[in-house]
Write a protein that binds this ligand. Structure first.
Ligand code: TPP
Ligand code: MG
Length: 551
């Protein structure tokens, strides 16, 4: 049977691991979305709006390696564009499938709905351009070739791609042909030279350590990276965006490295090493303690996705996976001695009874609540800045949008993660200001019988902004006061455990109940307006030097 354009596209997406496509319906996308609903082994996952669909696909892809969303033309696709930008910044490969008006409507420059009314039809594909690695408008002739090209881009760059299909094209027979995408390989000579250079740098280093990076996780190289840690005996520290790339319960983990803002012992050790091996890290503001980290490039071995740098020498055409595998088999084991210990996993908690929930009371309790294999989704704001310094249990993954930092991401991303792995516990930590942006997506979790644990930190406003701006009490940091714990009920989340807690005793009871709960839990935690964990406090104290705008 000849395949239609959309059948071909979905077949290839399924081949590379896509089993769920998030989105919002629309008439120009009907042929795409009819096919998704009918396609064996692919599920349609409806979302409340396109931005949320983008975030949900992003959360799904962080867990499963790749994700997809489908939207309609114009207002539909533009709603998703901020989420696509986030996926680009954070190396999350997504397929954005959007429906377009028919080719005839385009040729006739018809005044059809969802256009700007000026007869132009390719504006929205152009607008997608800067936030994707590649884009295509399909025809029956180019569909097969363009699908392979977009797959190659998404996987080679680990970035989103955009595909628009005119509504008369989707059900036409796919006419062309193309070689299926093949994963890129290293140049053998360059690979050997890179490994020789790395080994020689390590052999002459008195002390060395590893900074594992999130890109290694996005490419699916965690076991190869772990093999390097095991074979080399090198300790590792982790930066914010890279948290939980490797298991934090192993003796090689020495703690979080955040420049001069946090953990001075970790900073002193990392920065004193003769060699630091970075694997897919990015030296962003939030990874480097607002650029207070000091790593000498001459003492850095940077293993990137498609090239490696050893001091000044750069080795092109060497794949991260090949470098890690070769390194694990050739590196000499050393027993790097550091006196550094990661924070204890079960932390002492403070506060009891009717005491208010301070940051000191809250963050250790949250850390103790986590268990092995949890999927933690932590929103931008004070909550993630506290939790990032809690040691994750074995197998637990910590997800945060550290570079893009769009508040509102975490709630739909937690939905996407829960769709990706319905049998694992997904725990969402969000500030209430962020939650207000995308809270309606919890209804999709309820609708699908998913069982997340959701903590909404209610500190009466945008606390992180209060701490960074000139006047903490300024009007733009205040919020409408919602009754958060009533949202699940209003949004159709039947059978959820919901509560609002304002004292330590209430919090302890809620945590206990949530940990026993076989259904979903939604806990609103009320704290003082200024209850902040150490990192945001440090940012506040140092804002005059760290942020020009705060002076
Ligand atoms: C989409 C988007 N809009 C605005 C911001 C700016 N911003 C960063 S953090 C923040 C406030 C977060 O408040 P909340 O979720 O209540 O967390 P808190 O810091 O109070 O714990 C805002 C508005 C942003 N990062 N992303
Ligand atoms: Mg808040």
């Amino acid at each position: 049977m000849p395949k239609t354009v959309i059948q071909h596209v979905l077949g290839r997406l399924k081949d590379i691991g896509i089993e769920n496509i998030f989105g919002v319906a629309g008439d120009y996308a009907f042929p795409i979305q009819d096919a998704i609903v009918q396609y064996p082994g692919i599920n349609w996952i409806g979302c409340c709006n396109e931005l949320n669909a983008g975030y949900a696909a992003d959360g799904y892809a962080r867990v499963r390696g790749i994700g997809a969303l489908s939207t309609t033309y114009g207002p539909g696709e533009l709603g998703a564009i901020s989420a696509i930008g986030g996926a680009y910044a954070e190396n999350v490969p997504l397929f954005h499938l959007t429906g377009m008006p028919t080719r005839t409507a385009q040729h006739k420059r018809q005044l059809v709905h969802h256009t700007l009314g000026n007869g132009e039809f390719d504006f929205f594909a152009k607008m997608a351009g800067p936030v994707v690695s590649a884009r295509a408008i399909l025809s029956p002739q180019n569909a097969v070739y363009e699908t392979e090209r977009l797959i190659a881009h998404a996987l080679y760059h680990r970035r989103p791609v955009y595909m628009a299909i005119p509504s008369d094209v989707a059900d036409q027979e796919a006419l062309g042909s193309a070689q299926p995408f093949e994963a890129s390989r290293s140049n053998t000579g360059s690979l050997k030279a890179a490994i020789d250079a790395i080994l020689s740098a390590l052999d002459s280093a008195g002390t060395a350590c590893i900074l594992p990076g999130m890109l290694a996780k996005r490419i699916g190289l965690q076991s190869q990276l772990q093999a390097v840690v095991d074979a080399s005996g090198l300790p590792f520290a982790t930066m914010f965006a890279d948290k939980s790339v490797l298991d934090e319960q192993q003796p090689s983990f020495i703690g979080m490295y955040d420049g001069r803002l946090m953990n001075p012992d970790v900073r002193a050790f990392v920065e004193s090493c003769d060699q630091v091996v970075t694997v897919g890290t990015l030296m962003t503001d939030f990874n480097t303690g607002a650029f207070t980290a000091r790593l000498d490039p001459m003492k850095t071995i940077a293993i990137k996705h498609h090239y490696t740098r050893v001091g000044q020498r750069e080795f092109q055409d060497v794949e991260m996976g090949d470098v890690l595998s070769a390194l694990a088999s050739r590196v000499t084991r050393r027993d790097e001695k550091t006196s550094l210990q990661p924070p204890p996993s079960a932390r002492q908690t403070t506060g009891s009874g009717g005491d208010a929930i301070t940051a000191d009371a809250l963050y250790p309790r949250w850390a103790n609540f986590l268990r092995p294999n949890d999927i933690v989704v932590a929103e931008t704001g004070t909550a993630s800045m506290g939790l990032a310094f809690a040691q994750m249990p074995t197998g637990a993954a910590f997800h945060n949008q550290t570079l893009w930092g769009a508040i509102g991401w975490a709630t739909p991303a937690a939905f996407g993660a829960a769709v990706a792995v319905p049998d694992q516990r997904v725990v969402l930590f969000t500030g209430e200001g962020s939650h207000q942006m995308t809270a309606q997506e919890i209804s999709q979790m309820g609708r699908r019988g998913l069982k997340p644990t959701i903590f909404v930190l209610n500190n009466s406003g945008y606390l992180i902004e209060r701490l960074l701006c000139k006047d903490p009490k300024i009007a733009y940091n205040d919020l409408a006061a919602w009754r958060y714990s009533e949202l699940p009920h209003a949004l159709g989340c039947d059978g959820w455990f919901t509560t609002r807690v304002a004292t330590c005793a209430e919090l302890d009871q809620a945590l206990e109940q949530a940990s026993q709960n076989v259904s979903a839990s939604y806990i609103e935690i009320v704290t003082d307006e200024y209850a902040a964990p150490p990192l945001p406090q440090r940012l506040h104290e140092n804002r005059a030097t760290l942020y020009a705008y705060a002076t």
